[in-house]
Design a protein around this ligand. Structure first.
Ligand code: NAD
Length: 355
């Protein structure tokens, strides 16, 4: 029988529960431990087998020495938890997006992982949605001809949504390297959110294969009227010489190619997306050549694009990638972003960003 990997899940809020549940349901994993600073979040631990529980992740990590160190905590404590994962000796560290709160932190995480034996994945699990996959399939089939543009929009704000958008936009562009970005940012409202962000970020990405990336995230991003649920108002797609294909996070997929118009169902669904995401961790742990689609190296490149766009907004002009040195982009935004109120694209955004 294949090895059963022992998992410690740290942070048992919404996403921690999704992870614990998916690990528990997969015969290749057993949930050995669950940690949360809030003991109330551990009351359902029995649902995930006979896991040990505790409020101190470091103690549990030291005592359990898990194969997989998974954390689903707020975005403000990434580096410390990656360090804990590395020190625990885990072979795989699985954590939530965004990769980090700044390029400086992301670089420290990258260096820490590079100096360790741990592989790492970041939860861009929308990739497992049938509608997301269908678009990837159409792009890869060549049905769009020569792809020249990839694009992504979301009405949710940057540190929640841009990480997802950029990951899928890079996917639809075959993982090509980004050479430079140029962006703009507006609105200070969400700078005080835990997922601290400008209310609106927009910009362009130059990819090495000549493809143009276009990203919009937040208050000024276009509405996706086909989708009712606000957090799923995301449109991600690719345009080529022979047509286009796009996914709506909460509204299926559609394509127009030389052979006609087609469309199909799909809506982001954690229950459907998590099993494949978790199973690919087992495949990677079993065989190092079966690299997880949501691997850290790829997520890091996406994070660089996001922070490059913010730097461009701060400093003006184009920003060359890869970034040569780190900075705290959010702290700089807090200092420099003008006070003028963000302008909305649609009334649907008024609830979150004000009228
Ligand atoms: N991939 C996705 O689709 C997706 C969706 C929603 C949220 N997220 C991300 O997941 C992360 C968590 O979001 P959430 O909605 O589950 O938040 P949440 O607030 O529901 O849960 C976070 C949990 O972490 C615990 N915690 C905080 N500090 C801790 C520490 N030092 N040690 C142990 N536990 C600690 C909190 O008590 C809380 O229970 C965020 O980064 C968010 O951006 C991802």
């Amino acid at each position: 029988m294949s090895a059963r990997y022992r998992v410690l899940v740290v942070g048992m809020g919404k996403r921690g529960a999704h992870h614990a549940s998916a690990f528990h349901a997969n015969p290749r994993f057993s949930v050995a431990g669950l940690a949360d600073v809030d003991p109330a979040r551990l009351k359902d631990a029995a649902k995930y087998g006979d896991a040990r529980t505790g409020t101190d992740a470091a103690t549990l990590a030291r005592e359990l020495r898990p194969d997989v160190f998974c954390f689903c905590t707020p975005p403000t404590i990434r580096l410390d938890l990656v360090r804990l994962g590395v020190e625990s000796g885990a072979r795989l560290i699985a954590f939530e997006k965004p990769v980090a709160m700044s390029s400086a932190e992301a670089m420290r995480i990258r260096d820490l992982l590079a100096g360790s034996r741990a592989m790492a994945v970041v939860s861009h699990q929308h990739r497992y949605g049938e509608h997301y996959r269908k678009v990837a399939e159409i792009v890869a089939s060549g049905a769009l001809g020569r792809v020249h543009t990839v694009y992504a929009t979301a009405t949710g704000w940057m540190l929640h949504m841009a990480s997802h958008l950029i990951d899928y936009l890079r996917w639809y562009n075959g993982g090509a390297e980004a050479q430079w970005v140029m962006g703009q940012a507006a609105g200070r409202g969400k700078l005080s959110d835990l997922h601290s962000s400008p209310d609106y970020l927009a910009g362009f990405i130059q990819f090495a294969n000549g493809v143009r990336g276009v990203l919009e995230c937040g208050a000024g991003a276009p509405d996706v009227p086909e989708v009712d649920y606000w957090w799923r108002k995301c449109r991600i797609g690719a345009q080529g010489t022979d047509g286009y294909a796009e996914v709506l996070t909460g509204g299926g997929w559609r394509a127009v190619t030389r052979t006609g118009i087609s469309s199909g169902p799909g809506s982001m669904n954690y229950d459907l997306d998590m099993p494949g995401y978790i199973q690919d961790m087992a495949y990677w742990l079993d065989d190092e050549t079966k690299v997880h689609p949501c691997n850290f190296a790829s997520a890091y490149k996406g994070h660089e694009i996001m922070m490059g766009l913010v730097r461009s907004a701060l400093q003006g002009g184009q920003v060359a990638l890869p970034l040569a040195s780190g900075m705290d982009e959010i702290a700089q935004l807090k200092e420099k972003l003008p006070a003028s109120r963000v302008l909305l694209s649609a009334s649907a955004n008024a609830k979150e960003y004000g009228a």
